[in-house]
Design a protein around this ligand. Structure first.
Ligand code: NI
Length: 149
């Protein structure tokens, strides 16, 4: 396992749409393990592959309830609304108020290619949707209504 370099701010790799993962092989598993270690070292709750320079649809999340890995995630359902402070490991020290759905249901593949469903409310919904945005080439600053100290 290794800590990878996190791409920051105006790095154009963060603004590109990521490609579908087709091979569920050791290279993917190493990427996921590295992403998880990199996220934890940086004290984040989520990290998407483009943030470490890999243009693949892969995400890791841990909001303190265990590791979630999402490969080729699709948003199945969203509902409600929440407004709260959000940050991103690609924007160190920057926090802003972002409004998002309060509930999200996501379908994704695990590291072996098996499809599963994950649903979350509040912080987990926020993390799922924030990380999904990264795969589409979107960053949270596009949605900030007010920056906070
Ligand atoms: Ni982020």
């Amino acid at each position: 396992m290794a800590i990878r370099e996190i791409r920051l701010r105006d790095d154009e790799i963060l603004r590109k749409k990521c490609k579908e993962v087709k091979k569920f092989d050791e290279k993917l598993w190493i990427l996921l393990d590295d992403m998880y270690d990199t996220m934890n070292k940086a004290e984040g709750v989520g990290l998407a592959a483009p943030q470490v320079g890999i243009m693949k649809r892969a995400v890791v999340i841990d909001i303190g309830e265990g590791r979630i890995e999402l490969i080729n995630p699709e948003i199945v359902e969203i509902s409600g609304e929440q407004t709260g402070n959000e940050g991103c490991l690609s924007f160190p020290g920057l926090y802003g108020e972002v409004t998002r759905p309060n509930y999200a249901k996501v379908k994704a593949q695990d590291r072996n290619g098996k499809w599963f469903i994950v649903e979350g409310e509040a912080l987990l919904a926020r993390a799922l949707l924030h990380e999904y945005d990264h795969l589409e080439g979107h960053v949270f600053t596009e949605k900030v209504t007010k920056y906070v100290d």
